[in-house]
Structure formats: C-alpha cells, structure tokens
Design a protein around this ligand. Structure first.
Ligand SMILES: O=c1[nH]cnc2c1ncn2[C@@H]1O[C@H](CO)[C@@H](O)[C@H]1O
Length: 721
C-alpha cells in the first residue's frame, strides 16, 4: 500500500507539473502564494456554504453547484467572498468585447432617457398580453418630428406600470434572462435569435452620437473600476452612418473614431487629475464587418474602409474581424481572395492591420464553423476570438503554442449562448493546460450581465481545485502580452509600471490584512490541509515544474538564443559581461513583465552567472535521471544551458522523485565557484532567494550563512558581500 501511495503521489505530481498552474506557482512571490492559499480556503469554504446541496436554495436553480448556470447564480456570486476578492484583482487587458454590448442595460437606458430626441415605437399595440413578445424600436428623431404624444414612461400610460414597467420591458429586450437561456431558447440556434434581437434594440440607442459619447466613456470607466488597464474592442462598421445630434443619419465612420479618441483622452485627463493615470493606458479598435449577407465585393468595401481609417487613425485601428453567428453564416474560406488582397494592399501601403478573427465558436467538429479555425491560422490571425472548438484539434493547438497565438476565451458568453451547459464542462482548462495562450474576456457583458472581467475570472476559479489565484494572475499577465498596444515613446514607462502593478498588486488586492480574513487563523483543518498541499506542491513540483516553466518561458520569449549568443561571444571579462547581461535583463523586463523577468533574473541569470564565472575547463558530462529517463548535461554546450538550470533546480529543491547524480557536479562547483567570487564581482548587494542561499550553503564551500541578513514578507533576503 505504501508503495502504491508513493506512486499515486508521484503520478499526481508529474501530471500537475505539466499544468500551467505549475508554471504560475514557480514564478510567484511568497506574498502571492499566501494570497493564493487564502483564496483557496475561501473557495473551499464557499463550496460548502454556497455551492453545495446543503447550502441555501438559489431561486430558479434545479441544481446548485460551483460553476452552475451564470444567469441563475449571478446574484449569489455577487455575495460571495471569493467574488469580492476577485473583483479587486487587476485584470490586465480586455481584448474581446463588442462595443454595442458593453454598457449595462439600465445605465444605457438612463443615458438615453435624458435625450428628448429618443423615441420608441412598437410593431403592434402594447397590451399586458403582447408586451412580453413585442420589442421596442428606439430611434432618435430630428426635432421637427418629435411627437406631441405622451411619453411611454408616464405613469398615466395605460399598459405599463409607469416608468418602472417601461424600464423592465426595455431591459428585458436588451438582455438575456435565465428563463430564455435555460428554458425557452435552450439551444445555440434559438438563443442566437434572442441574442441578435438585443443588438437590434440597442442599435437605436447606441448609434446616436449624443449617446455614443457618454456610452463609450461609461464603458471605459466601468472597465477601469474593475481593474482593466487597456481595451481592444470590436466596433461594428456595417452601418455606414451614425445618427448625429440633428437626428439625421449622417455621421461617417471617421467621426466615430474622432469621438472615440476624444473620449479616451478625456478619461485619461480625468484620471490624471485624480492621480490615477496608471490605471488606464487607452483603447484600440478592431474593425468589424458582419458575415451576414456578405459578398466578396461587400467585404472589399469594408477592407478598403478599414485601410482608410487606419491611415487616418493609425493609433486606433488595431485589427480586422468578421463577426456574427458562425454556425449559420458563411465560413472564412469564402473570403480568402479579398483577405489576401487586403494583406497585399497593406504591404504596398506600409500598414499593419492584423487579422484578429472569430473562429470555432461552435459545438461542431469538422463543420464549416469549426473549420474556420484552420483558415484563421492560415490567414495569420494574431489572436482567435472564442476558439471554443480548438481543443479538438491537436495540430492547431500546437500551432497556437508555437506561433504564440492567444485565444480570446469568453466562458460566460459560451455558457449563455449554450455551447456549454455550465462552467465545469467548458474547454478552457483543457486549452490552458495544453499550453495554449489564453486571455479571458466578457464578449457582450451588457447582454449577459457579466460586466467587467471579474465574473469571468470567478467562473474559471470556482470550477477547479487546482487552478488558483496564481494561474488567473498568469492569465491577466498574458493579456498584457497578447495585445496590439504599441507604446508611444512617452508611454513606455507607464506600460511597464502597469505590468509591475498587475504582478505585484494582485496580492494586495486580496483581503490579507482584514480582520475577518482567515489569514491569521492557520489552525483550522482546511487551512492545515491547504498548507499541507502547498508544501507538498512546493516540494514535489519545484524541480520538474520549474524546468517546464523555464522551458516555456524561454521558448515563448525566444531568449535562449540571445543568451546563447551572449554566452558564446562574451569573453570572461566581468565588466563587459555584466553590462551586456544587465542590458539583456532590462530588455526582458520590458518584454516579459515583472514575473518572468524576476524568474529569469533570480534564477536563470544566477545560474548563468555561476557557470560563467567557473573556469572554462569543460567538465565531464553529468547524468540527470528524471522520471526514468537519463539526460546528459554538458555544462558548456550552449544548448544545454537550460539543462544546467534544471540541474540547479533539482539540486536546490531536493525533490524526492528526481534522483540527480550531481555529486560530481557539486564538487565541481564547490571547487570552482567560491564565495569570494561574488565579492570580486563587486556587487554591493546581491539579492537572492532564501532557497538559493540554502543551496549555496549546502553546496558551496565558503558560504557563510551569517552574512545573510534581512528577510521579510517577500521571502527574499539580502546578502552583503
Ligand atoms: O460571440 C459572438 N460571436 C460572433 N459575433 C458576435 C458575438 N457577439 C456579438 N457578435 C456580433 O457582433 C455584433 C455587434 O457588434 C452582433 O450583431 C453580432 O453579430
């Protein structure tokens, strides 16, 4: 039995080490790990108190469970501690949203009702019986057509119950409710009918310039409140004109963008005045055309329009997309000729408008909508919108990994549009743990009620026992990497500040120091279990999983070749070496964000330094046995540098399941890498992690632990030499 349990543990450890969670754990600070533990405990508690059969009933729910239908659970979610914690988290960037469904329906209505030009009509007379099946048609009218009839919102109006009744009716038409999603329209085709009708209703409100200005501002402000730093939104350009202040349909696309730009500037100005300028860096637009009734000639028009806008607003237009329900509408392959011409035109005009296409938002496997995934990749898409069906395609997942194509997952949207019955069935964890870059998105929050990104983050967290805060932090961080934001010279600083903020303030966003926080009550059983798990995780995962983390980080960042070149080309001249090394590190800091830089800085560079300052005499090859496979480590071959890192980590963590034959390696290092080497490096302060110091203590002659001082919450200490 003991032997079995050991194998059981090993298998779990090995499996976990392949998950993205292991990467996330490998690069976390101690404070973040602590926050992660707290969050896990809250989640475990609420699994019992909120999401179990023993928990209070949720109105309208046949079954209560974590990740249950969002629309039924929404009010309950709002009350959970887990949600309140997640709401405080910085979310990174929002990369998939349709602008005309981004402002809360009631807020939109309130904005609209201030404008006397807004009129409403219905196709049939409203009665108590018909009201539930009749949609309002909103329209801003020119002043000479304003009606003298009484307002629909008057309490005297015979059919409604005053303005409250009117509001309810309008909000129902602008949103999807649980009865529709889970009963009356419970298939993808039916719910899309209802879904599209909400856009038809919103059209008469949003595409009126006087409302549009306030609407876009509201979208930004509510996103910023939820911790969103930057937004790429899809704007539908299939209506050639918006209705202007005079009630005429005469505002062309370029004026939409002028206004959009002004709103961004206004919001940034206001934030700056409040000393909050690092909370929002701006927004860009993914030009969107709709596939419905689209011909190749029609698409040519949109593509040319997009090019013209890009030429005038290069800082705003950041991509091109085709939208609409994929199952019934024509596939991407129908439009390859205009798409290819678009690419050629851009080369001639020296423009860069990448495709950022929807694909695979379907339950199909081999259907036209599913096959869109092939074309989107062949067309060179930067990211893929949804790619719900991607998990069925091993080669395409590999290509996403290799080409760093992020998928814009919209879990709540997928559930409400009936691609999945509930969150536990959603493919996100599959894609994530296959190493596909993932960003989390709200899609059409005004229709679904998932404003901001907190709800989508919550739904991902609640359905796993393994995925935790550190993983969702990695998702947020990835959203900083996979966007089209290109820093204007003065913005570089702000962008890197924000990267820092997202990585470091995450833990601060957690209720670490609140009195009601369970942080300090380590005594209860759940806590002990969690701590146990985390200890175990740290012990057994570090060696292998950190290696994977490195492998991934290096592959993603493509920094190994650069390091290899450095390694090969720089003579062992210390000053020159450090100058170049530090330059590289700064470059990574900008490119990768703090977490990975820290990783590279604290671990990779340290090992690299150590190796560099050992004499150049080639040592014998060393053998490393991992999971039964022997790896040969040749310290001096460039390609094996990462094997050295691996050896270092294995050595450092002394994981039980990795038997590393490194006695000779240790001796070699002990003999060559003396403590005084550090002194000679003229580092005034060498900061290193406690674990690293332990490793030095164990393996390196001359290390005097009494020189180690400092310490603290971050888990790092200072060593004076
Ligand atoms: O999840 C989606 N997949 C594809 N198209 C969508 C989705 N959400 C919205 N739209 C499309 O965007 C338009 C509004 O800008 C909607 O009319 C719909 O066609």
């Amino acid at each position: 039995m003991e032997e079995y349990l050991r194998e059981h543990e090993l298998l779990i450890a090995e499996d976990r080490s392949h998950r993205v969670d292991a990467d996330a754990f490998g690069v976390a600070s101690d404070t973040e790990k602590q926050a992660d533990q707290i969050l896990r405990r809250i989640r475990a508690e609420e699994h019992e108190t909120v999401w179990s059969r023993a928990a209070p009933e949720i109105p309208g729910a046949a079954h209560v469970f974590p990740g249950m239908e969002f629309l039924t659970a929404r009010e309950t979610i709002l009350k959970t501690k887990l949600f309140r914690a997640v709401a405080k988290m910085p979310k990174g960037t929002l990369l998939h949203s349709h602008l005309d469904a981004t402002v809360n329906a009631r807020v939109l209505l309130n904005i609209a009702l201030k404008h006397p030009a807004i009129h409403v009509r219905t196709s049939t007379r409203l009665t108590a019986e018909t009201i539930h099946n009749v949609l309002p048609e909103f329209c801003p009218l020119p002043q000479d057509q304003w009606t003298s009839l009484g307002s629909l919102t008057d309490s005297v109006y015979e059919q409604g119950s005053g303005s409250a009744g009117f509001n309810e009716w309008a909000v129902c038409a602008l949103t999807i409710n649980p009865t529709e999603a889970y009963h009356t329209h419970n298939t993808t085709a039916k719910i899309w009918e209802k879904f599209l009708s909400t856009f038809a209703v919103a059209r008469g409100l949003v595409w009126y310039m006087l409302i549009f200005v306030e609407y876009v501002r509201e979208f930004f402000l509510s996103s910023i409140e939820d911790g969103i730093l930057y937004i790429e939104t899809r704007i539908p350009f299939w209506y050639k004109y918006m209705i202007g202040a005079d009630g005429q349909e005469n505002v062309p696309h370029r004026e939409w963008l002028l206004v959009y730009d002004e709103v961004i500037a206004g919001v940034k100005r206001d934030l700056a005045a409040q000393g909050r300028s690092d909370e929002f860096v701006g927004s860009k637009i993914i030009y969107s055309a709709v596939k419905k009734d689209l011909t190749c000639e029609g698409l040519e028009w949109f593509l040319e329009d997009c090019i013209a806008l890009k030429q005038e607003f290069p800082h705003l237009i950041c991509g091109f997309d085709l939208v609409g329900p994929e199952d019934p509408l024509p596939p991407l392959i129908n439009f390859i000729v205009p798409f290819q011409r678009f690419v050629t035109r851009q080369k001639v005009l020296d423009l860069d408008i990448p495709f950022i296409l929807h694909a695979g938002e379907t339950l199909g496997d081999g259907t036209a909508a599913d096959m869109n995934l092939y074309d989107t990749i062949l067309l060179g898409t930067k990211r893929i919108g949804h790619s719900f069906s991607l998990a069925k395609h091993p080669k395409l997942m590999e290509l996403c990994r290799e080409r760093n194509i992020a998928v814009e997952m919209c879990p709540i949207s997928n559930e409400i549009l009936r691609l999945t019955g509930s969150m536990p069935m959603h493919p996100l964890p599959i894609l994530m743990n296959q190493g596909v870059p993932i960003t989390l998105n709200s899609d059409d929050p005004a229709v679904f009620g998932n404003m901001g990104l907190s709800f989508d983050f919550f739904q991902v967290l609640i359905v796993s026992e393994v995925t935790g805060l550190l993983t969702v932090k990695a998702l947020a961080r990835d959203s900083l990497k996979h966007n089209q934001y290109t820093a204007h010279p003065g913005d570089t600083f702000i962008w890197s500040t924000l990267q820092k903020r997202i990585c470091s303030s995450l833990a601060c966003g957690m209720p670490l120091s609140r009195p009601e926080s369970p942080a300090s009550t380590h005594a209860d059983a759940t806590s002990r279990k969690t701590r146990h798990r985390v200890d175990y995780y740290a012990r057994t995962h570090n060696a292998i999983s950190l290696w994977h983390a490195h492998d991934l980080a290096l592959a993603r960042a493509e920094c190994l070749p650069k390091i290899a070149v450095l390694r090969a080309s720089v003579p062992p001249l210390r000053t020159r070496y450090f100058a170049i090394r530090d330059e590289l590190r700064d470059q990574y800091r900008l490119e990768l964000g703090r977490a990975q830089t820290k990783y590279l800085g604290d671990h990779y560079f340290k090992v690299f330094d150590a190796l560099h300052f050992m004499q150049m005499r080639p040592p014998p090859p060393y053998q490393l046995e991992v999971r039964g496979r022997m790896h040969e480590l040749n310290l001096w071959q460039e390609g094996h540098l990462k094997a050295c890192v691996m050896a270092y980590h294995v050595w450092k963590s002394e994981a039980r399941h990795c038997r590393l034959k490194i006695r000779e390696l240790r001796k070699e290092i002990a003999g060559r890498f003396l403590w005084r080497d550090f002194a000679r490096m003229r580092w005034e302060r060498v900061r290193m992690k406690w674990a690293a110091v332990c490793a030095f203590k164990q393996g390196i002659r001359g290390c005097d632990p009494s020189r180690a001082c400092g310490g603290g919450a971050s888990g790092s200490i200072s060593v004076r030499v």
